[in-house]
Design a binder for this molecule. Structure first.
Ligand code: SF4
Length: 174
């Protein structure tokens, strides 16, 4: 493992575009990690994974995928199903996914990991950093900064990849 190798929890193809470009610009060697058992239904998770594979091909990056286990995610967030988006349910959701990424980073010998979740204008980067910092090796990178969100929209359009219309879980579909 090299000093600048970083495992990147990738939530979807669109958010990964600008995040990858920024990481490469800043001298990191990203490896993408798709672990998003929050996404419902499973076909939607598969669709987002396919979009990520297209992005990885463009930037010539490796992708590691975790098994989909929505039941496990549902038990983790139990009691917070009805919370508003951005609240307690989402904090638990970030904890679940970033915990998985931290575990995978440790298993594979990565000393750094981060997440593309901060690209979205609809996600609170401070909350993501608060959660991420509970795990060793987390890098607080706010990918929506430096024009990241706009760049992700532009690249998604250019590459013609699938962009979802809801955050991910069944509770975010309304
Ligand atoms: S709205 Fe998004 S971040 Fe919040 S719990 Fe659902 S999938 Fe996770």
């Amino acid at each position: 493992m090299e000093a600048r190798d970083i495992l990147v929890h990738a939530c979807c193809g669109p958010c990964s575009t600008a995040s990858i470009e920024r990481l490469l610009d800043e001298g990191w060697n990203p490896v993408l990690y798709f672990s998003n058992s929050n996404i419902f239904p499973e076909e939607e998770a598969e669709r987002r994974y396919e979009a990520l594979l297209e992005v990885a091909k463009v930037y010539q990056l490796e992708v590691i995928a975790e098994l989909y286990d929505h039941e496990s995610w549902l038990s983790f967030i139990k009691g917070s199903e009805g919370e508003r988006e951005g609240g307690a349910r989402c904090e638990k959701c970030f904890t679940y996914n970033l915990g998985q990424a931290a575990g995978k980073a440790r298993e594979l010998g990565f000393t750094h990991f981060t997440t593309t979740l901060t690209v979205s204008r609809f996600k609170n980067s401070k909350l993501i950093f608060f959660v991420g910092q509970q795990f060793e090796g987390f890098e607080c990178i706010d990918f929506k900064k430096k024009g990241g969100f706009d760049r992700s929209v532009q690249r998604t359009r250019e590459l013609g990849i699938y962009r979802q219309h809801y955050c991910g879980c069944e509770f975010s579909m309304q």
